[in-house]
Design a protein around this ligand. Sequence first.
Ligand code: ARG
Length: 594
Amino acid sequence: MTPWFNPVRELDALLRTAAAATPCFNGAQNFDPEIRPADPRFGDYQSNGVLPFAKSSRANPRALAAALLSTLEKETACAPAFFSAEIAGPGFINFKFTPKFLDEWLAQHASPDAIRAGASAFYAGRRVVIDYPSANTAKQMHVGHLRPMIIGEAIARLLQFCGANLVRDNHIGDWGTNFGILLFALKRSAAQPETLSLDDIERLYKEGSALTKADPAGLDAARAELVKLQTGDPANTALWHRIVSISTSAFQEIYDLLNIHPDVTLGESFYQDKVARIYHELTATGLAEESDGALVVWHDEHPRFSRTSTPPQPFIIRKKDGGSNYASTDLATILYRLDHFHADECVYVTDARQQDHFQQLFLTAQKWFNATGRTLPTLRHVWFGTILGEDGRAIKTKSGDPLRLKTLLDEAIERASAIIDEKNPDLPPDERLHIAKTVGIAAVRYADLSQNRILDYAFSWKKLLAFEGNTAPYLLYAIARIRSIFRKADASLPAVSPASADRAPLETPTEIALARKLLAFPAALEQACSELRPHFLCSSLYEIASAYSAFNNADKVLVDAPDIRAKRLFLCARTADILSTGLHLLGIEPLERM
Ligand code: ARG
């Protein structure tokens, strides 16, 4: 058995080899086995590829399928041991894993260590810089900041688990025109920098912004403050430091709640002394040119970013006023990540609205690195949709402001607490608090991660806190249930791996169905990792928990017969291991009880 058994890949390889050795497949160059999950009534996986191949080679599909299976049986010694195969309909092939194989797989591959060992091959030794949550300073965190944190953290854990050598880089927005307005407003107010709160800063920014819009003199004054900051004026620099530090300590409170730990925080300001080189190199290589006083890059091969596209959308890398911007700092950031972190790959986690920026950034970087003989790291933009209210519109408070993240997370904990009180009133108070906190935050996290990230989704308390369905409470409950069985059996969870001789073979339909769902976990993990989409992981965990629940209802675990009891405890342990591993990757830690 390979160290990491992905049934799709395994069957695909077997069928390709068998087809190559079957004369009527003509060398099998154009044969794609098309392995897909099967209808569980007929098998675990099916191969659909014989039909299109037969059509293009004008052969009888059932005859081809039969020839293929006969080669498979002859040439692949292990084949009969791990599955049975059957031709169905016009020429599909159904594969069913044998219970013995499922049992062996569970014994060898479903422990936490084995899962990690198998997964760590995907990104082995690759240096990845992941850029999240990267919020902008001088503003409170609101609902919109939830997704980069949750998705970023899940992807970071996933990559690390899969062997990546990871740097979590929090690229905060701590520089830009808004600081001119803020400094202007701060100076004309009576506010004391020492006692300033993030609320004050937000209010001052709003005031300043209104003033600069209403009065050209205000706008000039704000610009002057910005220039002073950019040229290193000590008073403005000190105020700027103060504002950034107020913001970062407010961020920290949320990071703690969500268990987010950036390795480095290198915001936009960090790159201010590194942008001149960008202007120089991009101009010298002929990539950038002056346009209306700004320095811009066009991509004439691109339908929307070329000189002739309407509306014109150049990649502006230096503003008219000579200042740097989001694009210039991002270009400098790529170079820094290569030089300093030796990045093989950079992953950026932001909302969908930044797709154009990243497309232009990646195109520009590619040409620039080519022209300067550098190796460009793989660049990936992980973007996501918007969180909507239950009415399908952006979530707002009654007064129309965006909902604060802290308020939302507090409410999650409060609501979870009310549910736990009702379900389990006898828990000691500190454990109850721990459970409420875990369940509340996990529910918010999981609701987000279980959606395909590119879609918008509607935020619903009722759905995300439900104990039934594809939710965190449901999954946490499955683990708690398993743990309680072990408490009753007076056995410890990880220690259970009875020798196969002491275990009865897998037999009941629910035992086998559960084992099959567990076997599907590696492929889900692999897919989540290669597409950077955690929802594949969630779907697999949900299917495992559902199969576990059916097993639990149908097959009593703590029976008298020692070999059956050993088998079922073993299945429970493997289920708990895989569910806990999966949840941990999503940023959720399991509970002993709830
Ligand atoms: N600060 C940006 C925002 O809040 C996100 C930064 C993403 N990272 C980057 N390197 N551009 O939208």
